[in-house]
Design a protein around this ligand. Structure first.
Ligand SMILES: NC(=O)c1ccc[n+]([C@@H]2O[C@H](COP(=O)([O-])OP(=O)(O)OC[C@H]3O[C@@H](n4cnc5c(N)ncnc54)[C@H](OP(=O)(O)O)[C@@H]3O)[C@@H](O)[C@H]2O)c1
Length: 347
């Protein structure tokens, strides 16, 4: 039985975050009539007020990802669950699935979209401790899903991806795992509008007064603009509302979400040019950092700036008509640099 009419309820986790806040905007811009049917998990009263200021009809559920009872109860009432809060939270994932199984026992269909990440593809380089070297291996989400689903649990995000996709064995639980790569662009959410890898790179170029890369800088990651990613989540929402394309969901429903790629050395060089032209660093020289020195910047730096995560996003384009249209990462860099400069001024 598909969810019907105005009784369709959505439970979204991560509304105060970068991904979740932007996705919420994309969904409610397209389906404003759904606002009273949306509940969001929030753990901070002030942040709840920020959401209410924009979406007065939304229902705020106060709680954290560790509040199992809250998550089970909300998921048991929700036709659609979007977990855009945390790619790796095992107990929250189990709680959502427990709630959806309660619905299933009552013969009710649920749609469950989980935001993971292409960190899983780092596993090959993690095993060989390779940094700054290009890999020719490009994973794809169309006829190559079994490669991701056969990764061991030790691969980043895999343990939770497995729980989510496994829940899809229940025919009443329609699952999809979305794996974004580097996300760039300023978010449009009510609270956090800042991503991770690009902002942190710029922040640390400013701190050190010079640009850097890890080793030879040849490791590749894909990238996607946050607005394009949110369009993909809105397409899932639209699809769940109509509920007619069975092939969108299921135990193999693994969606990459990229729209381009670049080696980190190129990203560092282009960022350095932009920053030098704005007088933020004295030259465009690139320091080559060892993984050990990069880890002093932050522990995951060697992985997220120094190892390969190469994917080809076919499934969303084929099954949902996803068509990214935002500016490229290179075009976005001057905006990203200005954003970090302003952010530093206001901190
Ligand atoms: N940004 C990227 O480039 C990227 C790419 C791929 C995958 N991902 C993954 O996607 C997920 C979301 O990323 P993001 O960039 O949107 O992160 P973010 O801006 O930090 O947002 C995280 C969201 O989850 C909420 N949250 C986290 N822990 C919580 C807890 N224990 N209880 C209640 N709420 C909690 C946060 O609430 P508060 O506001 O209260 O903190 C916030 O709403 C992460 O797992 C990240 O690894 C991110």
């Amino acid at each position: 039985m598909s969810p019907e009419g105005n009784t369709r309820k959505t439970f979204l986790l991560g509304a105060t975050g970068y991904i979740g806040g932007d996705a919420l905007k994309a969904i409610l811009d397209q389906f404003p009539e759904q606002e009273p049917n949306v509940s969001v998990l929030v753990r901070d009263e002030k942040k709840g007020e920020a959401i209410k200021a924009i979406y007065p009809n939304i229902r705020i559920v106060f709680g954290s990802l560790d509040d199992t009872e809250v998550l089970v109860g909300e998921s048991a009432q929700a036709d659609f669950v979007f977990n855009l809060a945390h790619a790796d939270h095992v107990s929250a994932t189990n709680a959502i699935i427990a709630g959806l199984r309660q619905r299933s026992a009552e013969d009710k269909t649920s749609f469950y979209v989980h935001c993971s990440g292409t960190g899983i593809l780092l596993y090959d380089d993690m095993q060989t401790k390779t940094y700054g070297v290009a890999s020719s291996k490009i994973y794809n989400d169309w006829d190559g899903v079994s490669e991701m689903t056969s990764y061991p649990d030790a691969a980043p995000h895999r343990n939770v991806d497995k729980l989510v996709l496994g829940a899809g064995e229940d025919t009443h639980i329609k699952t999809a795992v979305v794996c974004p790569p580097v996300i760039y662009g300023i978010g449009r959410g009510p609270v956090n509008q800042r991503s991770l890898q690009i902002p942190l790179l710029i922040e640390n170029f400013i701190k050190r007064g010079k640009a850097f890369q890890i080793a030879e800088g040849k490791a590749y990651w894909n990238n996607v603009h946050i607005h394009d990613l949110s369009d993909l989540f809105a397409l899932f929402f639209q699809e769940a509302l109509s509920g007619d394309k069975k092939e969108v969901w299921g135990t193999d429903s693994y969606y990459f979400a990229e729209n381009g790629e670049a080696p980190w050395g190129d990203i560092s060089a282009k960022t350095a040019e932009v920053m030098h032209s704005k007088g933020l660093i004295k030259d465009t020289d690139i320091e080559k950092l060892s993984p050990q020195d990069a880890a002093k910047i932050f522990p995951h730096a060697p992985l997220v700036w120094g190892q390969n995560s190469r994917s080809s996003a076919i499934r969303g384009r084929k099954l949902l008509g996803w068509a990214p249209k935002q500016r490229s990462l290179e075009e976005e860099l001057p905006i990203a640099v200005d954003y970090e400069v302003e952010r530093q001024k206001s901190n």
